[in-house]
Design a protein around this ligand. Structure first.
Ligand SMILES: NC(=O)C1=CN([C@@H]2O[C@H](COP(=O)(O)OP(=O)(O)OC[C@H]3O[C@@H](n4cnc5c(N)ncnc54)[C@H](O)[C@@H]3O)[C@@H](O)[C@H]2O)C=CC1
Ligand SMILES: CC(=O)N[C@@H]1[C@@H](OP(=O)(O)OP(=O)(O)OC[C@H]2O[C@@H](n3ccc(=O)[nH]c3=O)[C@H](O)[C@@H]2O)O[C@H](C(=O)O)[C@@H](O)[C@@H]1O
Length: 418
């Protein structure tokens, strides 16, 4: 999300150096090209701001920091293998900025971080690396509230911009910066930790509510009820916003943010922790539904050819981080199935640690006859135009309630067998 942000800041301020440790990213931006796809308007904005000199790029974080007076950090914040926050990229960026920090500078963190990080980690580390007194420079947390595929629109003002400073002056100056950027309001929350909580809470709200939808989907079979229909009607009541059942929660954000909170407090948070487990269990629920559907047709999963439609974690994005497609493929492969996968947006052959044979999107109908089951994992709009009649003797498992009205015998998560 750093390049969309840099391009908008360049468009607004006329003087931005985008810093990245990936030289290919730097070279592309220096050439006026956007290495980030799937973002409407971004290629044009990068070309325009690079051409007029308002956007330059550098692979030397310390040198760029030396020259700058405002420093915005939007590097990856991930989880390690034990689901603890991995802030290594952020700390590296903080160290580089610290090397070039001057009295009177402002440092803004836009990366999503565990609450307390800006005050207790970033600020002291900047002071230590720069040798400056913490009161001599500003630090604020101003979360990136954007989603892939609509970054420029979101950055320019789809939602209010949240600003939280480690002190009043930091918040005041950061607020002035973002008032130039967003067409929406700037909400000053009074401190950095509150702003960090805003971002993490937004994501946790989503994870918990998706877990509720997924748990409700489990009563479809025992109650013989169309849960998706019940959710749709329940949501006609303004105080009800039940989300959509699915195969699990993917992406670089929502599955991570609950861990950013639970790692920071030494108290039990059972609802948040259980919601994570409910969502992560959906891939097994889907794989078991495939096995059951094959079994109903006297096909042993160990002898089955299964095609996954969609590898991206959600429709329309070229992103596979924590995609539910991976555990679904893993489980079916372990049961002996021959698993194939296709995606109109993602290059399936480049997806790391993915137990599936790639199939080109254009070959779906020609190859369809070989499959015993087809699983819709990602509701890319391209799948509305597939001729499912080509899957002559297969059964479909629809994890997104997207295959309405198709001729194929189908089990739909949340709606059951049709
Ligand atoms: N991608 C999204 O939809 C959103 C992301 N965010 C937050 O934004 C932050 C960045 O996420 P993404 O843009 O998705 O990550 P990303 O992995 O797509 O891109 C991060 C970029 O930072 C570069 N980088 C890594 N370490 C660096 C360092 N030490 N110095 C300079 N550059 C470095 C990488 O080379 C890469 O180009 C995360 O904290 C995320 O939670 C927030 C809202 C939306
Ligand atoms: C609260 C919220 O909508 N946050 C957005 C979210 O964007 P993100 O790209 O992660 O997509 P998402 O729509 O939250 O979906 C996350 C995952 O959850 C699944 N999902 C989503 C909604 C739903 O009802 N059911 C469901 O199963 C999606 O398929 C996907 O696998 O996370 C972004 C972020 O924080 O990076 C944030 O900026 C975006 O505004």
């Amino acid at each position: 999300m750093g390049l969309p942000l840099a391009a908008v800041l360049a468009d607004v301020t006329g003087n931005v150096t985008g810093v990245d440790i990936d030289p290919e990213v730097v070279d592309a931006v220096e050439a006026g090209e956007s290495p980030v796809g799937g973002e409407p308007g971004l290629s044009e904005l990068v070309a325009e701001t690079a051409a007029d000199g308002s956007l330059t790029a550098s692979a030397d974080p310390a040198a760029a920091a030396e020259a700058a007076r405002m420093h915005v950090l939007i590097v990856p914040t991930l989880l390690d293998e034990t689901n603890e926050p991995d802030l290594s990229a952020l700390l590296a960026a903080v160290d580089a900025v610290g090397e070039g920090l001057d009295s009177g500078d402002l440092v803004v963190v836009e990366s999503t971080v565990p609450p307390g990080t800006t005050r207790d980690v970033v600020t002291p580390r900047l002071a230590e690396r720069s040798g400056l007194d913490p009161s001599s420079f500003g630090v604020a947390f101003c979360p990136e509230r954007t989603a892939s595929g609509r970054a420029l629109r979101d950055i320019r003002g789809a939602y209010p911009k949240v600003v939280g400073g480690v002190d009043d002056e930091s918040e005041r100056v950061a607020g002035l910066l973002y008032e130039e950027v967003t067409s929406n309001e700037v909400i000053r929350v009074g401190d950095a930790t509150t702003a960090e909580c805003v971002k993490v809470f937004e994501g946790i709200y989503r994870d918990v509510n998706i877990a509720l939808a997924n748990e409700l989907a489990r009563v479809t079979d025992p109650l013989d009820v169309d849960v998706n229909r019940a959710i749709e009607v329940a949501n006609t009541q303004p105080f009800c916003e039940i989300h959509d059942p699915g195969p699990g929660v993917g992406g670089h954000c929502i599955p991570l943010y609950p861990h950013f909170l639970t790692s920071q407090v030494d108290i039990q948070l059972p609802l948040i922790e259980t919601s994570r487990s409910v969502n992560d269990a959906m891939s097994t629920f889907v794989a078991n539904a495939v096995v059951r559907c094959l079994d109903d047709r006297d096909v042993d999963v160990a002898d089955a050819d299964v095609l996954l439609l969609g590898v991206a974690y959600r429709a329309g994005v070229d992103e596979t981080r924590k995609t539910p497609a991976r555990p679904i493929a893993d489980r079916l492969s372990k049961l002996g199935a021959s698993v194939w996968a296709t995606d109109p947006v993602v290059d399936v052959s480049s997806v790391p640690e993915f137990e599936a044979t790639p199939l080109d999107h254009g070959d779906i109908e020609d190859a369809a006859v070989r499959f015993d089951a087809v699983v819709l994992v990602t509701a890319h709009e391209e799948y509305e135009r597939v001729d499912y009649g080509a899957f002559e003797d297969a059964v479909a498992v629809d994890t997104r309630a997207a295959l309405d009205g198709e001729s194929l015998p189908t089990y739909t998560v949340g709606s059951g067998t049709r």
